[in-house]
Design a protein around this ligand. Structure first.
Ligand SMILES: [Ca+2]
Ligand SMILES: [Ca+2]
Length: 364
């Protein structure tokens, strides 16, 4: 074969390989993606508040002892609870000692809340909605809804009638494939209600964009559910003429809202995950790049900006953003997923830290 023939045979072979590779990626892709157009980050109302480094001033609780504590809550006695990636529910007693309280197993424990009976409710993205009673007995409250397995319970809150409202982030993808839900950008999330008197679980809202944090207003007239990759939170009315209806509570957030908690003054603390970057914004405009990233999770990890910073915002009951606390370069904390106010301190959970951050609010 002369060199010219050799070059053309080689390039033909390479093109065929490339074509086969492309077809393989598209036809065997785990996602059927939609494109989304994101508003410029500078258009977010939170932009009006100055960038700051308040979250760099946190006191580190349980450093080295807690593996990625996603959510945190404090009971009425001041005991701090969290669920960690190694399958434990751990708690910090008032005297400063940590306790490995309950081993649940698995690596997908997320939102937690304490109840009026001082039980702890845990969202397990593999097992469903769980209860750990004060004496440590574990019960699965809800593993199915309408005959389907609950696969990605994310956050939960109790109402005064003891009903539990909880989010399911995706009915299609589990925790290990969270990135596929973001890439597919189709709303597979739900808001569910568990009724303890009948032991039944029902679907209140369907078609949510990665349903995440849930919180109930001080008067219990509405509930807020966060939609992470739509950068907004919805208000779902629990009382009054509009009961059962939904409206936007806050939108165009500077990143993906994760967990939300009611503050004592009736406002809400929302942890904002960094989901915006030039690369990721571009990816949302290109189906081909979504398929490529879906095929190479390591590549997605490489471009994912979640570890680059931490942001927490305080949103008034009317939906206006009042305060913003940041670690803009992720120096001390990044990927903060939860902020819970108790006795003038903010307790911060993160999917990228080995401690809980405690921020004095008066000094911040
Ligand atoms: Ca929670
Ligand atoms: Ca969450």
């Amino acid at each position: 074969m002369d060199p010219k023939q050799c070059v053309s045979a080689c390039s033909g072979f390479l093109i065929a390989c490339l074509l086969a590779f492309t077809l393989q990626i598209i036809f065997f892709s785990p996602i059927s993606p939609d494109l989304i157009e994101l508003p410029p980050p500078s258009s977010s109302a939170s932009h009006l508040l100055p960038t700051n480094t308040h979250l760099q001033r946190v006191i580190k609780l349980g450093e080295g002892y807690l593996k990625d504590p996603e959510d945190v809550c404090v009971d009425r006695n001041g005991v701090v609870y969290t669920a960690t990636r190694d399958g434990w529910v751990k708690r910090l007693h008032k005297n400063g000692t940590w306790q490995d309280w309950k081993f649940i197993d698995g690596h997908a424990l997320f939102g937690i809340t304490t109840t009026m009976e001082n039980d702890l409710i845990v969202c397990d993205a593999e097992k469903g909605l769980l209860k750990v009673s004060e004496n440590g007995v574990l019960t699965v409250l809800a593993a199915h809804v309408n005959g389907s397995k609950i696969r990605f319970a994310n956050d939960v809150i109790e109402a005064s009638d003891r009903s539990l409202y909880f989010s399911v982030s995706s009915t299609k993808f589990g925790f290990d494939n969270l990135y596929l839900d973001v890439l597919e950008a189709k709303p597979h999330g739900q808001l569910l209600k568990y009724d303890p008197s009948s032991n039944e679980t029902s679907i209140l809202l369907d078609g949510l964009a990665f349903a995440n944090g849930v919180a109930i207003s001080r008067d219990e007239d509405y509930l807020i559910v966060c939609e992470t990759w739509k950068f907004r939170c919805l208000k779902y009315w629990l009382k009054g003429e509009t009961r059962g209806e939904t409206e936007i509570f806050v939108q165009n957030l500077p990143g993906g809202p994760d967990n939300i908690n009611l503050a004592p003054d009736g406002s809400f603390w929302i942890a904002i995950v960094e989901f915006r970057s030039n690369v990721l914004d571009f990816v949302h405009t290109s189906k081909a790049s979504k398929h490529v990233l879906a095929a190479f999770p390591k590549l997605y990890k490489l471009i994912s900006p979640v570890h680059r910073k931490a942001t927490v915002i305080n949103v008034a009951a009317d939906g206006s953003i009042i305060r913003k606390f940041q670690d803009p370069k992720g120096k001390v904390m990044s990927f903060v997923t939860s902020a819970f106010e108790f006795e003038d301190h903010l307790y911060l959970g993160s999917l990228n830290s080995n401690f809980i951050g405690k921020l004095p609010l008066k000094a911040a």
